[in-house]
Design a binder for this molecule. Structure first.
Ligand code: GTP
Ligand code: MG
Length: 408
C-alpha cells in the first residue's frame, strides 16, 4: 500500500517486499503535535489570499458567482496518539502489504474485475478452447478481443506483433503457449511503462496532493479513500475543498472528512479556489500536517479558461509552500475508455500530471484501458478504484492486476 511513497530515512524491514516499500517518516511523531477535537471556523473572506488569487481572471467567469456565506464550519478530528498510530502502523504494515498476501483480497479484486474478465479473459479462453494450432485467424480473433477490451489499436498491434515474432522465433504451435505469452507480454508492457513512481516526503512541511480530473470521474471519492490509506500509514491528513463551484461539493468532502475523522478546510460556495488553497496550506504548515489532499472542481479538459484556473491554483500552492504540489493526481474514469487518454494529455499539458488514479474498474468490461494508459501516457497508475466504499481503492500493482484479470 502506498509503496511509491518513500520516506527519507529507510527503516529496517523484514522482507524484500518491505525493503521496497518504505513508510514516509511521520511528522506527527517528530513534532509531537496533537490535533485536538474542536469545531473551528475558517475565514470565509479572501483577505489572506495572495494578490494573484484575488485576481478574478477569465477562469472565474465560468464559475458560479459567490453566494454570501459569512463563514464555513470545518470539522477538526479528535485527538489521537500519533505515536500509537505510527507504532500500530508498523505492526499492521500497511505499506508492507504484499500484493498477494491475502487470498481473500486477491479474490475480491478478481471479482471486482469480473466484467472485464467476462468480456476479455473468458473470450480468450473460449477462443483458445478447441484450437489445435496457432494460425492467422487466431491472431485476427485475438486482435478483435483486445481492441474491444480497450487496449487501443496501437497497443494491441504492438502486443500481437511481439507475440507473432516470438511464436515464429521459437517455432511455437500450441495455442495455450500463445495465451501464456500474451499474458506475460501485457504484464511486461504495463510494468515497462510504469516507470519509477517513488515519491519522497518533503523535508519540511506537508506533502501536498492536488487531485484533478473531468466531472464525475471520482475525485472526491478517491480522496476519501486515499485519506484512509495515509492514515493507516501513520500520516496526519487534512482535506481541502477547492471545489467551490457547488456547495454540495464541499459537503461531500466533509462527509469523507467525518468518515475518516480528519479536518476539512472549506470556504464559501463560489470562493476563489486558489484562495482556499492558499489559506489551507498556511493552516497545514502551522498545524504541521503530514499530508494535504486538495479536491478541485471537475472540469472539461477542453475548456481553456477552466484549465487556466487549475494552473493558477497550482501557482498559488507553490507561493504558499515551495515545492507544492508534490503530486498532481489525475483521476480517470475507466468506463470512459479512450477519452481518458485525451483527458490525460490536456491535463498534463496544463499542470503536469505525476500520477493517475483509474476509477470504476468494477463497472466496466474495458479494463484493458490499463495497458493502453500506461503505454500512451508513461505516467504511473498509482491507484485503481474498484467500488464505491472506502476500502475499494487498491495500490496499482501490474502483477496482481494481470493475475486477477486472468484468474479463471
Ligand atoms: N463503482 C464505482 N464507483 C465509483 C468509484 N469511484 C467513484 N465512484 C462513484 O462515482 C460517482 C462520482 O464520484 P465523485 O467522487 O463525486 O466524482 P468527482 O470527480 O468528485 O465529481 P465532480 O466533483 O462532480 O467532478 C459517485 O457516485 C462515486 O461513488 C469506483 O471506483 N467504482
Ligand atoms: Mg468532487
Amino acid at each position: 500500500m502506498l509503496g511509491w511513497f518513500k520516506k527519507k530515512k529507510k527503516q529496517p524491514a523484514d522482507s524484500p517486499e518491505e525493503q521496497e516499500s518504505v513508510l514516509p517518516e511521520s511528522n506527527v511523531e517528530k513534532n509531537d503535535k496533537s490535533h485536538a477535537p474542536e469545531k473551528v471556523t475558517v475565514i470565509a473572506e479572501e483577505q489572506d489570499a495572495p494578490e494573484e488569487s484575488q485576481d478574478h481572471s477569465s477562469a472565474q467567469t465560468d464559475l458560479a458567482t459567490a453566494a454570501e456565506f459569512a463563514s464555513e464550519e470545518v470539522v477538526k478530528p479528535p485527538p489521537y496518539d500519533s505515536k500509537e498510530v505510527a507504532e500500530d502502523t508498523d505492526q499492521l504494515s500497511p505499506l508492507k502489504e504484499p500484493a498477494h498476501s491475502s487470498p481473500s483480497v486477491f479474490k475480491k479484486l478478481a471479482e471486482r474485475l469480473s466484467q472485464t474478465r467476462k468480456s476479455f479473459t473468458h473470450r480468450i479462453d473460449e477462443l483458445f478452447l478447441g484450437k489445435k494450432e496457432i494460425d492467422a485467424e487466431l491472431f485476427d480473433d485475438l486482435e478483435e478481443i483486445l481492441v474491444t477490451a480497450d487496449l487501443g489499436i496501437a497497443t494491441t498491434q504492438e502486443l500481437l506483433e511481439s507475440a507473432r515474432r516470438q511464436v515464429k522465433r521459437d517455432a511455437l504451435s500450441d495455442p495455450q503457449t500463445l495465451k501464456t505469452i500474451l499474458k506475460e507480454k501485457i504484464k511486461f508492457l504495463i510494468t515497462n511503462h510504469q516507470h519509477s513512481a517513488d515519491m519522497v516526503l518533503p523535508e519540511k512541511g506537508p506533502f501536498v496532493v492536488m487531485v484533478v480530473g473531468v466531472n464525475g470521474v471520482g475525485k472526491t471519492t478517491t480522496i476519501g479513500k486515499i485519506t484512509k490509506k495515509f492514515q493507516n500509514a501513520g500520516q496526519s491528513v487534512m482535506l481541502v475543498a477547492a471545489d467551490t463551484f457547488r456547495a454540495a461539493a464541499s459537503s461531500q468532502l466533509k462527509i469523507w472528512g467525518e468518515r475518516n475523522d480528519v479536518k476539512v478546510v472549506a470556504h464559501h460556495e463560489g470562493a476563489d479556489p486558489s484562495s482556499v488553497v492558499f489559506d489551507a496550506l498556511a493552516i497545514a504548515k502551522n498545524e504541521k500536517y503530514d499530508v494535504v489532499l486538495v479536491d478541485t472542481a471537475g472540469r472539461l479538459h477542453t475548456k481553456a479558461n477552466l484549465m487556466e484556473e487549475l494552473k493558477k491554483i497550482k501557482r498559488v500552492m507553490h507561493k504558499q509552500l515551495e515545492g507544492a504540489p508534490h503530486e498532481i493526481l489525475l483521476v480517470i474514469d475507466a468506463t470512459t475508455g479512450q477519452n481518458g487518454i485525451s483527458q490525460a494529455l490536456l491535463f498534463n499539458e496544463a499542470v503536469g500530471i505525476t500520477g493517475i488514479a483509474l476509477t470504476k474498474l468494477d463497472g466496466t468490461a474495458k479494463g484493458g484501458i490499463v495497458a493502453n494508459i500506461t503505454r500512451e501516457l508513461n505516467t504511473p497508475i498509482r491507484f485503481i478504484g474498484v467500488g464505491e466504499q472506502i476500502d475499494d481503492l487498491r495500490d496499482f500493482d501490474a502483477d496482481e492486476f494481470i493475475e486477477a484479470l486472468f484468474e479463471s
